[in-house]
Design a protein around this ligand. Structure first.
Ligand code: KIV
Length: 284
């Protein structure tokens, strides 16, 4: 059970203190991240790319997302856990989306859901909020509909598209969202949105003026090299460390250095002698 609520996240903006958010997809990493004092853990549909080896976030559905959300929630006692509504869910009616959102909260134990902007998403968001589901919006580069946005590109570089993103963020706030993710937009646009909204903005590739920052865990840890956007900061190259450990294990197996005396279980001399004499008696 988390102790950080959407209300606390909004209060952080009011207090001028930055919000940190990272993705997680399983219990061990969720426990580690929570223990470090992260405000929000996002069970992102990026699980498709960074964990499941898929090409698109569109390939995960609510069952997959719930499987990972349950695992994350088992490892978290403090952070707010947010479940990412998958593309297939967002194709459903408002009632269908609400039913899936409730499963994130009631079945998995999340404290909120995130929804990417799409045409006609507002009635859905309003229905969720009316039903008491805390919602985080997501505007700018929205990977579920990236093809319609011209691919994985910076959004809002022209005044017209910048205005659309500003309006979408404001509409999410008006609908009652408690926060909004700004992905891959110019930093001045993100700053403008951040100043105009009373709810927090959480940036990914949106510059330092946002109220908080989010990154994908596997990018931060150097565990995903299929593509690395400019906005990613990799804090440790864990892939190299993992490979060193795996190679050392292989070498130990080949040389007989593993397992050592400390890894074995023993049978006493007396019991072993009994076993030998039983074998001898059978052979006689
Ligand atoms: O799925 C995800 O990881 C996300 C973040 C990039 C915000 O939506």
């Amino acid at each position: 059970m988390s102790t950080i609520t959407p209300r606390h996240v909004v209060e952080k903006k009011q207090q001028g203190s930055k919000i940190s958010m990272l993705t997680a997809y399983d219990t061990p990493f969720a426990r580690l991240i929570d223990g470090c004092g992260m405000d929000i853990i996002l069970v992102g549909d990026s699980v498709a790319n960074v964990v499941l080896g898929m090409e698109s976030t569109r390939q995960v559905d609510i069952e997959v997302m719930l499987h990972h959300a349950r695992a994350v929630c088992r490892g978290v006692s403090r952070a707010l856990v947010v479940g990412d509504l998958p593309y297939a869910t967002c194709q459903k009616s408002a009632e269908g989306v609400l039913a899936d959102a409730r499963r994130f909260l009631e079945d998995a134990g999340c404290g909120a859901v995130k929804i990417e902007w799409f045409k006609d998403c507002l009635p859905v968001v309003q229905a969720l909020i009316r039903a008491g589901v805390p919602v985080m919006g997501h505007v700018g580069l929205t990977p579920q509909t990236a093809e319609e946005l011209g691919g994985y590109k910076v959004q809002g570089k022209g005044a017209e598209s910048a205005r659309a993103i500003l309006e979408q963020a404001a509409l999410f706030e008006d609908a009652g969202c408690f926060a909004v993710v700004l992905e891959c937009i110019p930093d001045r646009l993100a700053g403008l949105i951040t100043r105009r909204l009373t709810i927090p903005t959480i940036g990914i590739g949106a510059g330092v003026q946002c109220d908080g920052q989010v990154l994908v865990l596997h990018d931060v840890l150097g565990l995903f090299d299929r593509f690395r956007p400019k906005f990613v900061k990799t804090y440790v190259q864990l892939d190299t460390i993992v490979q060193q450990a795996v190679r050392a294990f292989q070498e130990d197996v080949q040389s007989g250095a593993f397992p050592g005396d400390q890894h074995r279980f023993i049978i006493t001399d007396e019991e072993y002698r009994k076993l030998e004499s039983w074998l001898d008696s059978k052979q006689a």
